[in-house]
Design a protein around this ligand. Sequence first.
Ligand code: SF4
Length: 338
Amino acid sequence: MQVDVKRAAMPPAPILEARELVLVSRETGARLVNGVNLALHPGEILALVGESGSGKSLTALALLGLLPPGVEQAGGAVLFEGTNIGGRVGDSLRGKVVSAIFQDPQASLDPRWTIGRYLVDRFMRLKAMSARQAQTAAADMLAQVGLANPARIMKAYPHELSGGMAQRAMIAGALAGEPRVLIADEPTTALDVTTQAQILDLLEDIQTRTGLAVLMITHDLGVVAEIAHRMLVLYGGAMMEEGATEVVLAAPSHPYTRALLASMPDLDSDIAPDPIPAAPPGGFGRGCPFAPRCLSALPACSDAKPVITRLANGQASACHLNQNVVPGVAREMLDVAG
Ligand code: SF4
């Protein structure tokens, strides 16, 4: 895979955090997210990466205070600027300080409302504008997100827009309250490749112009390489690896990150992608959640959960191969296995 990534910034204190976040199913009590730590800093783009079922979208929904009815927070904390906000984000922060866009913009927009009505409503509620002021602000914002002829777009219904245009309208709505954090949950997954690149360019441009902190939820390492300063890899609801994007993609320390990279098609190579074996796990055992699929697994991996270790190059990794904690196994053997 060709890696062309942004240089990692050295950010100040986190603006939004999850600390030891635990999310469980109300029905079964099963742990869906198991002790995730995440810190989003002002002015950075952090990618939360993983397959379906990794817990990345649930983590994002917990940060937004929008957990689905069947899921509850059973442990840990969500903090905004160091203060535990728990589920109260919806009352005070959502839209104004923390905003979000999702995978399917057509489904997120009310089909009965024109884009103009949607945006005017956002500006009136979030910025306390009059209807006249909101009309002007909405048209300006549509132009800022690259939509030609804002007057025509204001009169259009969601079904009259292409996927890319609808996502730009959603981004306009998300920015109406001048948020400091944007959570983007698979915002380009439903789009064709060309439109995907345009939306990523737009998000990058907005982030650079406004200093917005962006949490990008994605399963696509190409998107990560394109846009993210840092990346955090989740598997089975637990953190596997975290670090600067250029470092992690150039030299992944964790077997799961390596497997994700190997499973990506490379158009510049004759080598076929190598799919990750077996299916995602259904729950948490005592050991490493990736153990049932890990080609480097040792017997101890199913019994002992690896702790998160900070490596010399700044990456953090939760793998016994990056620690010297598996009883009776020499470091040299672990290096060979990895
Ligand atoms: Fe594989 Fe063991 Fe590392 Fe888990 S701890 S990723 S099973 S080697």
